[in-house]
Design a protein. Structure first.
Length: 323
């Protein structure tokens, strides 16, 4: 079993609790990886360097790859996608609720102006005459109706919002209700006061939020992204914010990370910038390791693994059989 780490990073907390029947090899450098990869049955990608992932596609004994994140776009290199004998699993179930709470916090900050009050406080500026808005009665559109979208929808409804959703295909979701397919996205955007991008990054979703998408949104609507930065054309988002067509944005992911210091998103007054930490709740590392160890026990016993990933679709499918 290989655990892939950063060169100077700490081992995952609790990883030493692996069963005695599993030989644990900690990988921090290319030499160790090269020596161990051909014998690896299992890889826990705590930190996944692309060159290592590409080499895993040729690892003769590899049967299971566990991601330490919910999103897996960075891991699905062509050589791994082509393997039919390797199961990929993710960290589904750990990050959804914290991210949903971040989303609601960001929405509340924007409608109440709390983020502007914090900036005024830092500048020792007493601003009067500013009005807040009510969240009750507004409409949230979730684009990417997976676990994050469902968790967010439940919390949004508790605050008086109505919820709609856009997915790959039209369907009825037990939490989100009627999900419209991609063909209905423009009409759905036009009805929304708040749009949440919770999309995985796939060839179909790359650049989905472009100038046309932002133009379809109603005047003053707000946009949040907790999916992947490359699902958004950032230049088009900046234009929509500068023109006033969008009323604001809260962003946890970006086209380039860390966000370059020259990005206009830093200085736009109607933007909240978060450094890709919306799901990093206290204790998430321990929870992720516990999930891996549970799956490792299942793997050793020959039982089905939790949190399967459809590698061809590019996202997790939970405990369903892979398509």
């Amino acid at each position: 079993m290989l655990v892939l780490l950063e060169a100077t990073g700490e081992p995952p907390p609790g990883i030493d609790a692996v069963p005695r029947s599993a030989e644990l090899v900690t990988v921090r450098d290319d030499a160790t990886f090269a020596d161990a990869v051909d014998a690896a049955d299992v890889v826990f990608a705590w930190d996944a360097r692309r060159r290592w992932l590409e080499r895993l596609g040729d690892a003769p004994r590899l049967r299971w790859l566990q991601a330490a994140s919910d999103g897996v776009d960075h891991m699905l290199v062509p050589s791994l996608v082509a393997r039919t004998d390797v199961v990929v699993t993710n960290a589904r179930g750990i990050f959804e609720a914290p991210i949903a709470e971040w989303v609601l916090g960001a929405i509340l900050a924007m409608v109440t102006g709390l983020h502007r009050s914090i900036a005024d406080q830092a500048a020792r500026r007493w601003t009067v005459g500013r009005r807040t808005q009510r969240l009750d009665g507004t409409h949230l559109l979730v684009v990417g109706p997976g676990p994050i979208g469902r968790e967010t929808a439940a919390r949004a409804r508790a605050l008086g919002m109505t919820v709609g959703a856009v997915g790959r295909t039209a369907r009825l979701d037990p939490v989100l209700g009627d999900v419209v397919g991609r063909e209905g996205v423009r009409d759905a955007l036009a009805r929304a006061d708040v749009v949440l991008d919770a999309l995985p990054l796939t060839p179909e979703t790359r650049g989905m939020f472009d100038a046309d998408a932002f133009g379809a949104m109603r005047l003053g609507a707000r946009f949040l992204n907790v999916g992947r930065g490359e699902t958004v054309v950032e230049a088009a988002l900046v234009d929509a914010l500068r023109s006033g067509h969008l009323g604001g944005a809260a962003l946890d992911v970006f086209e380039t990370e860390p966000l370059p210091t020259g990005s206009p998103l830093w200085s736009l007054p109607n933007v909240i910038v978060s450094p890709h930490i919306s799901g990093d709740v206290e204790g998430y590392e321990e929870q992720t390791v516990a999930l891996f160890l549970d799956n490792l026990d299942r793997f050793i016993r020959g039982e089905p693994l939790r949190n399967l990933v459809d590698v061809r679709a590019g996202f997790g499918i939970g405990d369903a059989a892979p398509r």
